[in-house]
Design a protein around this ligand. Structure first.
Ligand code: KMH
Ligand code: ZN
Length: 274
């Protein structure tokens, strides 16, 4: 079984300091959270960025500032910018961080209700456009799937040449509008990808750690972080993203799975070595 790749989704676009005061907004706070996650065992930082007041942005300059600042402190970490951004952003606004030629970026594979009146829109043409841009820019997409139908979409667009193999999926489970986060949902998602694909699971809220344990046992990979969940355990806020990553490392140790370094993660995912 491959070593376990841990991704830390350190800030997201929807979660705020009202949910947990440690949610990072400023460049300094983003670096602090990225480093805490890396020091605890994360090899990938899934990155959204904010303005200092917490407003989510896909601004290329802000991304560059944050990515440069992270790389200055933890040069070997894999940075995976979001192209999802926040609900309501345009496609070209969302694609800006791909101009910085990151090793990876997210590619959201379908439209999803996001609670209340929010709809996270990813039409087939949007997905094709993003897939094509990532191929042109040599970026490995993390195929974010909030439901089984999005896996079908990714497989269809692979056949049409918009997504290359080896494919790496991220099952985001437990979103208000997407698939649930029970074990049977996980088994369904996990059983729906090709044998030569890899996957990460991101359980939202209370599903974070049970799904992490399932993926550890199954040979998959794990994403945790404030974007998905702000609690270390029921009613106990995590003080940092590092605390969430450290809990996954403890689970992995108990279950006999070793943790991948960034270099090992690059090898598992077929990324170029640094
Ligand atoms: N914030 C959501 C609207 C991604 O990072 O690609 C989209 C999202 C997915 O978080
Ligand atoms: Zn995200």
């Amino acid at each position: 079984m491959d070593k376990l790749i841990i991704t830390a989704a350190i800030c997201g676009a929807e979660v705020t300091k009202e949910h947990n005061p440690a949610v990072p907004y400023t460049v300094e706070e983003i670096v602090r959270e990225a480093k805490s996650a890396y020091d605890a065992g994360a090899s990938i930082i899934h990155l959204h960025v904010r303005m200092d007041d917490g407003t989510p942005t896909q601004d290329k300059k802000r991304f560059k500032e944050c990515m440069d600042a992270i790389k200055a402190v933890i040069p070997d970490v894999i940075i995976q910018p979001s192209t999802g951004g926040a609900v309501g952003m345009t496609d070209d606004e969302r694609l800006q961080p791909t101009e910085l030629m990151p090793e990876m970026a997210t590619l959201d594979c379908g439209t999803c209700n996001f609670g209340g009146d929010d709809v996270f829109t990813n039409t087939e043409n949007t997905i094709k456009y993003f897939g094509q841009r990532m191929i042109e820019r040599g970026i490995k997409p993390e195929l974010e799937c909030f439901d089984k139908s999005m896996i079908e979409m990714a497989l269809r667009l692979h056949k049409k040449g918009f997504i290359l193999k080896p494919m790496h999926f991220d099952f985001v489970m437990g979103v208000n509008g997407g698939i649930g986060g029970d074990l049977r949902d996980f088994v369904f998602m996990r059983g729906s990808i090709p044998a030569d694909a890899t996957y990460t699971v991101a359980g939202v809220g209370r599903f974070e750690f049970p799904l992490a344990a399932a993926a550890i046992i199954d040979g998959g990979h794990v994403r945790v972080g404030f974007e998905d969940n702000v609690f270390l355990s029921k009613g106990v806020l995590a003080k940092s993203n590092g605390e969430l990553v450290a809990k996954v490392v403890r689970l992995a140790k108990e279950l006999g799975r070793e943790i991948a370094t960034p270099a090992e993660a690059r090898e598992i995912l077929g990324l170029k070595p640094l």
